[in-house]
Design a protein around this ligand. Sequence first.
Ligand SMILES: Nc1nc2c(c(=O)[nH]1)N[C@H]1C(S)=C(S)[C@@H](COP(=O)(O)O)O[C@H]1N2
Ligand SMILES: [Mo]
Length: 411
Amino acid sequence: MDTLDAALAGETSRRRLLGRTALGTLGLAAAPALAETLTDLHLPGGNGTRPMTSAFPGKGSMILQRVHPPLLETPMEVFERDVFTPNDQFFVRWHWADIPTSIDVDSFRLNVFGHVEKPLSISLNALLRLPRVELAAVNQCSGNSRGLFQPRVPGAQWGNGAMGNAKWLGVRLRDILDLAGVKAGAVQVRFGALDQPVVAGAPDFEKALDIDHARDGEVMVAFGMNGEQLPLLNGFPCRLIVPGWYSTYWVKMLNSIEVLPGPDDQYWMAKAYKIPATPGANVAPGTKDFPAVPINRMIPRSWMTSLPDGQAIAWEPTIEVGGIAMGGDCGVARVDVSPDGGRHWYASRLGPDQGAYSFRRWDSRVPLARGSNAIMARCVNTRGVAQPLQPIWNPGGFMRGNIETTTIIAG
Ligand SMILES: Nc1nc2c(c(=O)[nH]1)N[C@H]1C(S)=C(S)[C@@H](COP(=O)(O)O)O[C@H]1N2
Ligand SMILES: [Mo]
């Protein structure tokens, strides 16, 4: 057994304790008591001030978006340090507040059933014995940057930190499905988890993928994250990884895999997380009725992280700027940088390629003017898709991907 196996097998009691005390206490604590300092997400129109907290189990300093269920955002400076996001500052998002605070790793089972030859009930030890794969991939909430939408839309008012990049270690979903033997006529695979709705009759969080997607050899069931077990709040003991797709599909605390002979018509696929079936998921602000499809593949994005928005610095003729980029559902081909609101563009140097689905570092030296500098980064992915200048709008606040601007004041 390697260290991860040992940790998964041996840490039950400690995790139980950690989970109970930390999450249990949160139930009693009033949110203001959690606040250590305040941070400003610079949301248009204001209301961007949030408390910082390190009161959640397995988590360091995070931006507190909500206590019940926990919604924790990663501060942007974390992305400046490394293209991989540390587990203790990886963002957290749950839909229902009834989340197990302890997992018994001995009795835990991952159940595979439905349209299969041989239903399975897989223990964690059995899961750990299957052939392993490791893959770097960005986990990004569909509503990342929703707070930047104009006009504003309801939902969690995230800044840009509802995302993170990790090396995921686990088992191919295809291998699990092959063990169960998918029957002819399978259409989708539905994934369920241990968290429960808090309101009676409310829909359990379940998501589905088409059978061919589920069997593409990339989708995986992960139990390792950056060389450690998953933090409880990121889905311990195992979760789905859907490379290149928004993280609404990355079901945490995964305990059921159900092969369906037809499309999943339940709430979380049929009603929630739908985007306009228009180019770029864009509709005129205020539009309510439009043909919609389930959100799916991610698009290219990039951020300058070397200085925070609004930073004042001493003027010099040029400045070194850098940040991170993602290709979306493929790799990063290039990142160009404009120091003057899009008038002139300069090439950047890309950092090491950690795989198509990973963040990639970029750095560039650009001219600096006295006064206000609107610095922009534009990612072009390996499919040739470039970030647009114009923001999109849709009522869900999904899929923001336009070029972002970081203002630097040089005096
Ligand atoms: N079981 C379960 N899995 C879930 C969710 C959830 O509510 N329950 N939320 C999804 C959504 S919308 C997001 S953005 C990601 C967040 O993953 P993270 O908390 O590990 O960052 O988890 C996904 N998986
Ligand atoms: Mo999400």
